[in-house]
Each structure stands twice: as C-alpha cells, then as structure tokens.
Design a protein around this ligand. Sequence first.
Ligand code: FES
Length: 159
Amino acid sequence: MADRILTAEMIDAIKAFIPRYPSKQAVTLPALHIVNEHLRHVPLQAVVEIAEILELHPAQVQDTLSFYGYFKQDKPAGRCRVWVCRSISCALRGADQLLAHLSDTLHLQPGETTPDGRITLEYAECLGACEHAPCILANNDLHKSVSSEQADELVKSIA
Ligand code: FES
C-alpha cells in the first residue's frame, strides 16, 4: 500500500468544506486546491485519498483534476508560477515575444520549472486585464503592460 500523503491539516480542511456544499462530490475542486496549496501538485495518491474522504471513485476526482490544466500531477510546480497571458489582446501586444524572452532567460519551456524550484513558467488564457496587455500573473500578483525589461526584473525579484 502506498504511503499516505494527505496530512491531518489537509484532511481537516477538506472535511470543513463538506457541510458548505450540496454534495461531497462538489467538494472535489476545493479539495484539489487545498492539496495543491500544500504540495504544489496533486499526485495520484492524493487523488485516491481525496476520493476516500468524499466517498467517490478515484476516477471521478481524477476527471475533475484533468479537466483543469491548472493542476500538476507528476511533480511539484515551482514556488512561483509565472503565467504569461497569450489570449488575443496580449498576443497582439507582444505576449508571444514576452514568453519567448522569458523562456530564453530562464532556460525553460512553458510548463517547466527552474532546477532550484523557484519558478514555473506557464502560459495563461485571458487574465481579465486586456486593456493593460501584455499581462503576467506571478502567483497572485497581476503585472500589467509588461515589457521584456520589466519581466526580467520580475523574475529576478522572485525568491
Ligand atoms: S488577453 Fe491578456 S489579459 Fe485579456
């Protein structure tokens, strides 16, 4: 049997959602976020344990996880996920070049993480700030009208 991966804290946090939702299945997405916040990914063993708590089949939890491109499963994301928007407004204002620039600077392809675990480079769909294109979301911080130089400063500032 695989080692248990969810801590008591994660289990309690997931269970705390159950009375607030119409069904246990509806807690799947919050549960995935809770695990992701702690582990920066949601490995298969976590899927199995979430399913146990919510009295679901693991495939049901896995279906939800794989529907959202957000969750990583094979290994943890970096401490900071740097999302470069590539939707239409940002694309028209140089997002592809910005992403390519960061890719060169960090020696990463989108989806990859720096060897020190500091940064995962990602592309995002519209971040909801099209009038300030191109935009980057770094964890929860939105950066607007980002130039290559500002992107360099941003990644340097990430600890
Ligand atoms: S298209 Fe990039 S924020 Fe909307």
